[in-house]
Design a protein around this ligand. Structure first.
Ligand SMILES: Nc1ncnc2c1ncn2[C@@H]1O[C@H](COP(=O)(O)OP(=O)(O)OP(=O)(O)O)[C@@H](O)[C@H]1O
Ligand SMILES: [Mg+2]
Length: 297
């Protein structure tokens, strides 16, 4: 484990932006923090980055007794601001000095990070003339300069066009082997591309914390499509292990079970009711469906 978060909450005057939440961040993992507008993503990330003091709870970097963990963290804010009159290189030099990167090391890191985010050719150009995608990559370079153990990015791709989005996600994918990454997004598809762990926030409450695999499993395998040779309509209405029934036509039904263990009972019931099974299929919900269900519960 790299970070454990216990009962962390944030209150802004009367408004509770984040209710007490607990989760942990595994070392070397890539975690996506998902949630709609106002869910509390930025607030949570700022607390983790040490920029905002939690109203309650603790954030602990495992094995580190220091109170200030900021040297281990790289942070890219949701709306990064730059000095437009600076060049990319000047900005990174400035950011590196602010975070106390030793001079010699900074010179090396400047080169490396500029190359990594593919801004080396424009390093002496003024930031004012940069596109949104270039600025975002510069922001990423700034967050990486001091080789942090934990990289926190607040919606790193939300403002980008499809190409810019893909670029940044690819960079994150490359960084995964070197560090732990936590980033927020509205878009499940972004998370799916690079992350193995998911945190879901809604109205300041944690709706899901676990692996992407686990999320898929929990919500996928309970849906079944059945077809029978004789008309099926009504035959399954009385079963107490049924969560949802949708009759598609006279012979076809889609059901959602309370537990997958009930699927044998389902087949048995059909046989007892003199229906001949013609088709049995475990349905794969899309991850999007799983996401919507978790958010709605
Ligand atoms: N400094 C502040 N003072 C008062 N309320 C705040 C402050 N910062 C955030 N909030 C409120 O806390 C809630 C959570 O905000 P937050 O910015 O963390 O959400 P978010 O998930 O990042 O949303 P978005 O997707 O729009 O970026 C919102 O209701 C917001 O209005
Ligand atoms: Mg936000």
């Amino acid at each position: 484990m790299l970070v454990t978060v216990q009962y962390v909450s944030k209150q802004f005057k009367k408004h509770t932006a984040v209710h007490p939440i607990s989760f942990s961040i595994g070392k070397g993992r890539c975690i996506a923090l998902l949630g709609p507008n106002g869910a509390g993503k930025t607030t949570t990330l700022q607390m983790l980055a040490g920029l905002l003091k939690p109203t309650s709870g603790t954030i602990e970097f495992v094995g580190n007794k220091q109170i200030d963990n900021r040297s281990q963290i790289g942070f890219l804010p949701q709306h990064p601001t730059f000095f437009n009159w600076m060049t990319a290189q000047e900005f990174l030099q400035f950011a590196g000095e602010l975070s106390h990167v030793p001079k010699k090391q900074l010179a090396i890191r400047l080169k490396e990070t500029l190359a990594f985010v593919r801004l080396e050719d424009v390093r002496n150009k003024k930031i004012g003339g940069f596109s949104g995608g270039m600025k975002q990559r510069l922001g990423l370079a700034q967050a990486l300069l001091h080789e942090p153990e934990l990289l926190i990015l607040d919606e790193p791709v939300s403002a980008l066009d499809p190409t810019g989005r893909r670029d940044v996600l690819q960079l994150l994918d490359q960084l995964k082997s070197n560090m732990t990454i936590l980033f927020s997004t509205h878009i499940l598809h972004d998370a799916e591309q690079v992350c193995e762990d998911i945190l879901m926030l809604k109205d300041g409450r944690l709706k899901w914390s676990g692996t992407l695999e686990g999320l898929k499993k929990e919500y996928n395998s309970l849906a079944i499509k059945l077809q029978t040779k004789e008309p099926i309509n009504g035959a399954l209405d009385q079963l107490d292990f049924m969560e949802e029934i949708e009759y598609v036509d006279s012979f076809t039904v889609k059901v959602r079970l309370k537990s997958l263990a009930n699927s044998n009972q389902l087949v048995q019931t059909l046989i007892e009711n003199k229906r001949t099974l013609a088709h049995f299929e475990l349905l794969q919900d899309s991850l999007e469906d799983a996401f919507m269900k978790v958010m709605e519960r």
